[in-house]
Write a protein that binds this ligand. Structure first.
Ligand code: SF4
Length: 292
């Protein structure tokens, strides 16, 4: 973890944080297409206003994955993927499709396909309505989506249950739910195929370390970034004070008065420059706050 010492407090930056390779690759591929022609992004490429405004200045138009038409002949599928049904439908309608689905999302689809082919009833641990979960359910409409213990009751009583999860779910939550399903369904064969991606695991572990060393954690990312909100929630569960901020302008001076260590982390859609801007603002603010 990187440390910046100021006269008033330490700023600690999580070892792993910020934009993951999947989102970065999707943005790079989209920008390379947009440099040649306008294109419609089917959903949000990154839950980040800085990235969205940059893409829209480059000619990106907005569209819906489940929609039926787009304002440009070129469309872009985002990093968290789509069902094969939607992918094929856009191609069959004559649109040119740039598919920026992250390779680790493809892995999740293949793992679920294998379980279903082996006769397991599909269970997805994830957020209903999230684009990645919509893609998985589009391919496997019989899948049951759960996110809490209470929802386990929704899983049909069958002999074989095969579980995967959304790639960005906290691994501890996934393991706890898998164990609970096994406990509640002792007569079923319950198989879990781990699909939480390595960048998510790295960021979660780095957040644990950051929380141990910090009194206050600032999670940086777009206001509509679930992933950033989850980082702030997890930090609170670890006993830290934590705030979800979009950038340096959201920092409130009163948060800094009683603390000597401030941890910074960022969501998987957050640009490195946003994290650096927050660190710089904190350094500048440190000079103005009285020493404890
Ligand atoms: S969070 Fe994981 S699965 Fe999603 S785009 Fe990033 S690396 Fe890929």
């Amino acid at each position: 973890m990187k440390t910046i010492q100021t006269p008033r407090f330490q700023i600690l930056i999580a070892e792993y944080s910020g934009m993951c390779f999947g989102v970065r690759q999707a943005i790079e591929a989209s920008e390379s297409l947009l440099a040649r022609k306008p294109a419609t992004i089917l959903g949000e490429l990154a839950h980040n206003p800085v990235v969205q405004s940059r893409l829209s200045k480059q000619g990106a138009r907005e569209g819906q994955l489940e929609g039926t038409s787009a304002p440009t002949p070129d469309v872009i599928i985002t990093a968290h993927g789509a069902s094969n049904l939607d992918r094929t439908r856009w191609r069959e309608q004559g649109y040119r499709v740039l598919d920026t689905t992250c390779p680790l999302v493809h892995v999740a689809h293949r793992k679920l396909e294998r379980l279903v082919n082996e006769g397991y009833l599909a269970v997805i641990i994830g957020k209903k309505g999230h684009v990645e979960v919509r893609g998985l359910v589009g391919d496997f409409p019989d899948a049951t989506v759960i996110l809490s213990r209470e929802e386990i009751a929704k899983i049909p009583h069958v002999k074989k249950i095969g579980i995967i999860s959304q790639t960005t779910q906290p691994i501890d939550r996934v393991r706890a739910l898998v164990n609970e399903i096994r406990r509640q369904r002792p007569k079923s064969e319950v198989v879990h195929s781990d699909t939480v991606c390595q960048p998510t695991k790295d960021r979660q572990k780095a957040l644990d370390d950051l929380c141990q060393a910090s009194e206050l954690v600032l999670a940086i990312g777009g206001r509509n970034s679930n992933n950033t909100a989850q980082l702030a929630r997890t930090a609170r569960q670890h006993g830290c004070k934590a705030h979800h901020i979009e950038g340096p302008d959201d920092i409130r001076e009163e948060w800094l008065h009683e603390v000597v260590s401030i941890g910074l982390t960022a969501g998987t859609s957050t640009l490195e420059e946003s994290l650096q801007a927050v660190a710089l603002k904190l350094e500048n603010m440190a000079a103005l706050i009285p020493v404890l």
